[in-house]
Design a protein around this ligand. Structure first.
Ligand SMILES: Cc1cc2nc3c(=O)[nH]c(=O)nc-3n(C[C@H](O)[C@H](O)[C@H](O)COP(=O)(O)OP(=O)(O)OC[C@H]3O[C@@H](n4cnc5c(N)ncnc54)[C@H](O)[C@@H]3O)c2cc1C
Length: 399
């Protein structure tokens, strides 16, 4: 305990001395300012870049990964202290992305030494951005039906096929993909998990526009793309095991991102601020009793989720493989996010359905687009229906 208190005071002093002034108090709420890293990295301000560099140097972009792979080697308790101290200063995460949350933990478990040494430090330094090549035009919920074909040619695979809904493929440097290496085997048994550099000849991406007006995902084509056999994670034709393990990490990440559990919150949240603005306050509380009740219920749901999810989050960061509980948290977290946005739009009334033009403030237009974006929450990372199936089978033992 004394050691932990020493760690806390050293961490506090270090953050006080090193964290850029301009980022203090910003927290993680502004997703547009989040740093994803990669060869095409974009930074909302120069201080966001400085913050990434300082934290990468300290090896605290992934505080609990082993130090030899670029992590901080912190214990669960120390990581918690770091998170708390960062939250006290309202500091944003220095780096986010599928490297830290999906492929990194998967490599720690299934990668060989060479693969870990090659990829993990680059993830921690924010040098490489990753995307996920799972879904195909004919394979979503029934992912094992995927048809992207990889044929062996010496020490390489030649890959042909199409992936769809590949989030940020146009921004990513590498893709982790599922390919069919044995068309004759039972469908789950002919799949291989392979890493591909997006700059390899034959890889092309076409952005798809979403209802929110943004294009965060793409169709990704592979035409005679060559990838080394040494880029296979785990074993050839044993990719389904890796794929399922990664989905546990993905669902954990989605529940944390959308469920409101990323970092501590300071002051009144956005929902309460909005309710006060559009509905007014009387005697320090929301004037409208019906909405007051709804807002209070929503705030309680989000807080309850935050505390319940904290344990899963701590375990996931420590390298623990999430089980079926990740399906439960994915459903709860995304439902909270969707419900919260619905409520904000209702509270804003006509101002909550602005698309463009005069008569709407920028945050109002942002809200409409964010609300539309939340419609995808019940689909991404596996649909709600599929998560309910997983829970009935693996948690409740039905069917
Ligand atoms: C915002 C967003 C980002 C995404 N990012 C990525 C990404 O980066 N990489 C990637 O590979 N994929 C990505 N996806 C794709 C996502 O994983 C798939 O959309 C999802 O798995 C569903 O597959 P589908 O769209 O083919 O729908 P389908 O599988 O065709 O499902 C259609 C409907 O049928 C229901 N259904 C299907 N099977 C069952 C069943 N057995 N029981 C009950 N109901 C069922 C579904 O719940 C759904 O309502 C993303 C999707 C979204 C929305």
């Amino acid at each position: 305990m004394a050691d932990l208190e020493k760690f806390r005071s050293e961490t506090r002093s270090w953050l006080e001395a090193n964290a850029p002034e301009s980022l203090r108090g910003k927290g993680n709420a502004d997703m547009d300012a989040a740093v994803w890293g990669g060869r095409k990295a974009k930074f909302a301000t120069p201080d966001h870049k400085v913050w990434l560099e300082i934290m990468a140097e300290k090896q605290w972009t992934s505080p609990m990964w082993p130090t030899e792979y670029g992590g901080g080697g912190l214990s669960k308790a120390e990581d918690k202290v770091l998170t708390q101290e960062m939250a006290k200063l309202g500091l944003p995460a220095p780096l986010i992305g599928f490297g830290l949350t999906m492929i990194g933990p998967t490599l720690l478990r299934f990668g060989n030494e060479e693969q870990k040494k090659e990829h993990l430090p680059k993830i921690c330094r924010g040098e490489i951005r990753w995307c996920q090549g799972y879904s195909e035009p004919g394979a979503g919920s029934d992912l094992a039906s995927l048809q992207t074909k990889a044929v062996r040619d010496g020490d390489e695979f030649v890959i042909n096929g199409t992936k769809i809904w590949t989030s940020y493929a146009d921004q990513a440097d590498w893709i982790f993909a599922l390919v069919r290496t044995d068309p004759d085997a039972k469908k789950q048994e002919g799949i291989t998990f392979i890493l591909i550099d997006m700059e390899t000849p034959g890889v092309s991406v076409k952005p798809i526009q979403l209802i929110s007006g943004k294009s965060p995902f793409c169709e990704t084509h592979f035409e005679d793309v060559r990838a080394k056999v040494s880029n296979v994670i785990h074993e050839i034709n044993a990719g389904w095991t890796v794929a399922k393990a990664l989905l546990g990490h993905e669902r954990t990440m989605i529940s944390q991102t959308f469920g409101g559990s990323r970092g501590a919150r300071k002051g009144r949240g956005r929902l309460v601020e909005m309710a006060a603005k559009y509905l007014g306050e009387e005697d320090g509380q929301l004037a409208d009793p019906v909405y007051r009740n709804e807002v209070a219920q929503m705030e309680m749901d989000v807080a309850a989720f935050r505390y319940a999810a904290q344990r899963m989050n701590d375990n996931a960061k420590a390298g623990h493989q999430p089980g079926a509980e990740s399906s439960m948290f994915k459903v709860l977290g995304t439902e909270n996010n969707m419900n919260q946005h619905e409520l904000m739009v209702r509270i804003a009334g006509p101002q909550g359905i602005g698309w463009e033009g005069e008569g709407f403030e920028e945050p109002e237009i942002d809200l409409t687009r964010e609300w539309l974006r939340t419609r995808g929450n019940s689909i991404e990372g596996g649909t709600t229906e599929v998560q309910l199936n997983i829970m009935s089978k693996h948690v409740l033992g039905l069917g």
